[in-house]
Design a protein around this ligand. Structure first.
Ligand SMILES: NC(=O)c1ccc[n+]([C@@H]2O[C@H](COP(=O)([O-])OP(=O)(O)OC[C@H]3O[C@@H](n4cnc5c(N)ncnc54)[C@H](OP(=O)(O)O)[C@@H]3O)[C@@H](O)[C@H]2O)c1
Length: 252
């Protein structure tokens, strides 16, 4: 058994791994796809819109020299659609020959006061942030077990640890991510599957009601998507005997 095939005492080489990244067409998901591709990982890029996923693939090609069609699979799908998620993962496994890693970045932030908040927005928030995580995790698990282990990384938020005015739905959905991930970690840890949750503060992306330009203009402090991606790569490179269950990353 080589270090690259299983993760050695000194660190887990990612070059022969296959990762599914949800929300890979923008922000943290795109940055994570780029960072993992640079480590040699075969990346499955999942999101609802094809064009942003194709743009991520083009950026992988221009940064790494890897042809866009090689070791990159574009998977247009809605994470809240059970059949679409199952089909996307089967396609990735078919193309790449297996699956080792899930990074669930897909998420929505629809803010507003509870009084006047629509049931449709509540359901969309939970469908994407919670049900999407459940569906993707459930579908990847048999493939991770077949490899003898793997990793699932979910992105929570500071709002997953504390409630904020006008963010009840988003905050509740991210609290749910923690409950799900803690339970899943206990369930599949014995099978060699590490479940980790990244808790970032505000990130300079188009997420939520204000876009990057508005965020820049606000003068507030933000993380770059690449900061979160770098942390995710670090978690995935930890040696086989080390596991980060949860990590906070704040703008400074
Ligand atoms: N930005 C922040 O300040 C911040 C702070 C803390 C935590 N987070 C968390 O970080 C994660 C990534 O956010 P980000 O900042 O990278 O925002 P982003 O750029 O808006 O990325 C979200 C991605 O999710 C995808 N997505 C949304 N709904 C989907 C669905 N139903 N099915 C499949 N894909 C879907 C979007 O692509 P499509 O529209 O093409 O589907 C988009 O690429 C989210 O979970 C967010 O809650 C963000």
């Amino acid at each position: 058994m080589t270090a690259s095939s299983a993760g050695s005492q000194f660190g887990n080489q990612l070059g022969d791994k296959v990762a599914l990244i949800t929300g890979a067409g923008s922000g943290v998901g795109r940055a994570t796809a780029l960072a993992l591709a640079m480590e040699g990982v075969w990346v499955g890029l999942l999101g609802r819109r094809s064009e942003p996923l194709a743009e991520t693939a083009r950026r992988i090609q221009s940064q790494s020299g890897i042809p866009a069609t090689s070791r990159t699979t574009i998977l247009p799908a809605d994470v809240s659609d059970e059949e679409a998620v199952d089909d996307a993962i089967e396609q990735l496994v078919h193309d790449a020959g297996g699956l080792d890693i899930l990074v669930h970045c897909a998420g929505v932030g629809i803010y507003g006061a509870v009084e006047g908040y629509s049931l449709a927005d509540w359901q969309r928030t939970f469908d994407t942030n919670v049900t999407g995580l459940f569906l993707a995790a459930r579908a990847v698990l048999p493939h991770l077990r077949a490899r003898g282990g793997g990793s699932i990384v979910a992105i929570s938020s500071g709002a997953g640890k504390h409630g904020y005015a006008n963010r009840a739905a988003y905050s509740a959905s991210k609290f749910a991510v923690h409950g799900f991930m803690e339970s899943l970690a206990a369930e599949v840890g014995p099978a060699g599957i590490k479940c980790g949750t990244v808790v970032p503060g505000s990130i300079l992306s188009d997420f939520g009601p204000s876009d990057v330009a508005a965020k820049r203009a606000s003068g507030n402090r933000y993380l770059e998507p690449a900061d979160v991606a770098t942390l995710i790569v670090h978690l995935l490179q930890q040696p086989a005997h080390a596991w980060t269950q949860e990590v906070n990353l704040w703008p400074f």
